[in-house]
Design a protein around this ligand. Structure first.
Ligand code: ADP
Ligand code: MG
Length: 253
């Protein structure tokens, strides 16, 4: 059985891309076949796994807007067992170009159906918005993982996201589950982080992952080397916690 997980939060800078890249790479390192789908026009997940944008012939834009087969856009990455559908800045136009198209919310789902059986996990790195690209991602997924930064206003904006999830469940994808809330960028030296953990756990209860991602400078350095943390610095705390997260995700099915 395979699973598709969207990593979503309309807030920027909460750790979506870091989680997509490193969860994907850790699942791959455990021997799972993983497809990372970059659906953010910034394309940070694409460069984070070592794909040069200049070498990209077909990106997710071509798949969504021009009906190019997903298999044509899939590229190998710097990690064994980890493949990716890249995004380039061309995708920035898709949010508007998709508006008048037929079945605009189900395009990603249909495109991935053709390749789904080749992978154990498909991880989708969503953009920081609740527009058509995120709607396509939620419609194509079995579950959504929501990274939340351990900061002031951590819960702000989450009700909009949960509302969008409910609308997708009602109209587009009744099988979509909230797989969990992932606490990220915890600074263990401050009380604030602990307060945020308590607050998020009170609200989401057992939906919060046991693994909490601390701030780790190696995690922020790895993308500029085009490598996930497990290959950039396998002994770092960052590598350890993302491996823990991968094991937790495996346990969930
Ligand atoms: P998003 O995709 O939600 O916008 P990113 O994953 O790109 O967020 O993270 C935002 C910034 O924070 C990036 O520069 C990233 O390298 C850094 N970052 C993310 N997680 C961590 C972490 N656990 N420790 C240190 N830096 C992090
Ligand atoms: Mg991102």
């Amino acid at each position: 059985m395979n699973r598709t997980i969207a990593i979503a939060n309309q807030k920027g800078g909460v750790g979506k891309t870091t989680t997509s890249v490193n969860l994907g790479a850790c699942l791959a390192s455990i021997g799972k076949r993983v497809l990372l789908v970059d659906i953010d026009p910034q394309g940070n997940a694409t460069s984070g796994v070592g794909i040069e944008k200049a070498d990209v012939e077909y990106c997710i834009y071509d798949v969504l807007v021009d009906d190019v087969e997903a298999s044509k856009a899939i590229k190998p990455t710097s990690v064994e067992n980890l493949y990716a559908i890249p995004a380039t800045i061309q995708l920035a136009g898709a949010e508007i170009e998709l508006v008048p198209t037929i079945s605009r919310e189900v395009r990603l789902k249909r495109a991935l159906e053709e390749v789904k059986d080749d992978y154990d996990y498909i991880i989708i790195d969503c953009p920081p918005s609740l527009g058509l690209l995120t709607l396509n991602s939620l419609t194509a997924s079995d579950a959504v993982m929501i990274p939340v930064q351990c900061e002031y206003y951590a819960l702000e904006g989450l009700s909009q996201l949960l509302n969008t999830v409910r609308l997708v469940q009602k109209h587009l994808n009744q099988d979509l589950k909230i797989e969990g809330v992932l606490l990220t960028m915890l600074d263990a030296r401050t009380n604030l982080g602990i307060q945020v953990i308590d607050e998020v756990k009170k609200y989401f209860q057992d939906k919060v992952y046991q693994t909490i991602i601390p701030r780790n400078v190696r995690l922020s350095e790895a993308p500029s080397h085009g490598e996930p943390i497990i290959s950039y610095d396998p002994r770092s705390r960052g590598a350890e916690v993302y491996l823990d997260l991968a094991k937790e995700v495996l346990k969930n099915g």
